[in-house]
Design a protein around this ligand. Sequence first.
Ligand SMILES: Cc1cc2nc3c(=O)[nH]c(=O)nc-3n(C[C@H](O)[C@H](O)[C@H](O)COP(=O)(O)O)c2cc1C
Length: 156
Amino acid sequence: MNKSKEIEDFKKTLSMFSTGITIVTAVDNIGNPIGMTVNSFSSVSLNPPLILWSIDKKQPSYNFFKNSNGYVVNILSKNQLDLCNIFSSKSKSKFKNINWQRSNNGFPLIDNCLAWFDCVKWNDYPGGDHQILVGEVTDFNFCNLEPLTYWNSKIS
Ligand SMILES: Cc1cc2nc3c(=O)[nH]c(=O)nc-3n(C[C@H](O)[C@H](O)[C@H](O)COP(=O)(O)O)c2cc1C
């Protein structure tokens, strides 16, 4: 079978698993905030508290995230579709109109998210064309909002 058709079919089939949507944030080599939309987030361990996400090695921000000593996973609420779009774009000024605070570990906590996890790097592992980043959660919180979700290639 045609390889790119096979990959498209694989992606479509993966999208039948409904997920939440997150923005993972960190800082670049000169301390500027960086962030990208991510739905590969998953829980890993309760004790120690570990989570994971995976990043495509071709992402422009790949080296910053791979070498970062941590990151925040911001879980988006239903009314944050605009943030999902901004952070999955190639914009060079994603944080321009975003309200955020610095987490205890120094990474951007985006205002009004459904939940967040402030993480320090635990380890990273090869995963084909992606790298699997595992973080130890050092702080977290949530509020009672509805989630933004991804299913069947649709965000709602
Ligand atoms: C719903 C959704 C989920 C995504 N999940 C991931 C993901 O888990 N890993 C990844 O590398 N890219 C993912 N992306 C793509 C990135 O958000 C997008 O390529 C982004 O521009 C990368 O940021 P950068 O250009 O600043 O590196 C996702 C995009 C969307 C819309």
